[in-house]
Design a protein around this ligand. Structure first.
Ligand SMILES: [Cu+2]
Length: 235
């Protein structure tokens, strides 16, 4: 819950507003809720069974079948790509079919898969400002939804202290790495947001991928019957 940023105006009805004159929604007499963005960056210092980890992108790619030997025209295949430097690990989520994972390249499952955890994004936002606009230069950490850097004790916040000093050349392979996940919304205010903004929720999921040898639920004990005087249920 929060308080919406409001700009004063002479308008009291939408019909009075000339096109391109209001940079927001008229919410009440003389009150415009200004269009704006919200960005949140999660600093995920993952250590998947140890500090030395890599960032792995699993790309899902369409392959067109050549020739007439099959009735099929296409299929899709998977290729794994391990990011070597910060510059390899910049992702705009949703632009292509890709699974993202932090893996431990030194630890394998019995069949030989790298153990890891996937990042499963929820909804994300991409900047609507042009890249050379000053707020976007200062907020360049919103250019990508995922970035990966070597762990550095002094780098705690995506927006500073030294936001512009990213060189993108540092190695992130088999290192103690940090995944920065930036999510957000573009907020076109509506009247329900005024004067008190209701909660909007978002997030992401971290899910094991080849971390366990099999589905760990198989080891879970079955639920015991549970009764009380009002109802019967399971816990
Ligand atoms: Cu907002």
């Amino acid at each position: 819950m929060g308080i919406l940023g409001i700009k004063g105006t002479s308008y009291t009805h939408v019909d009075e507003i000339k096109e391109d004159d209001a940079f927001g929604t008229l919410l009440a007499d003389n009150s415009i809720g200004v269009h704006h963005d919200h960005y949140l960056t999660y600093h995920l210092d993952l250590d998947i069974d140890g500090e030395a980890n890599s960032f792995m992108m699993t790309n899902l790619e369409t392959v067109r079948v050549k020739g007439e030997s099959s009735g099929r025209k296409s299929y899709w295949k998977v290729s794994h790509e391990t990011a070597k430097t910060e510059g390899d690990a910049r992702i705009k989520v949703g632009l292509k079919a890709c699974e993202l994972a932090i893996v431990n390249p030194n630890k394998k499952t019995k069949p030989g898969n790298k153990i890891g955890y996937r990042l499963i994004p929820d909804s994300v936002a991409h900047p609507l400002l042009v890249a050379d606009d000053y707020p976007q230069i200062r907020g360049a950490f919103t250019n990508y939804n995922v970035m990966v850097t070597p762990y550095n004790k002094s780098e705690k916040w995506a927006g500073g202290l030294y936001a512009n000093q990213v060189e993108l050349v540092l190695s992130i392979e088999n290192k103690d790495i940090v995944l920065w996940h930036t999510v957000g919304i573009h907020h076109v205010p509506c009247q329900e947001d005024f004067p008190i903004m209701p909660t909007l929720s978002g997030g992401f999921e971290l899910r094991p991928t080849n971390f366990f040898e099999r589905n760990p639920v198989l080891k879970a004990k079955p639920p015991k019957p549970f009764t009380n005087q009002h109802c019967t249920s399971y816990h």
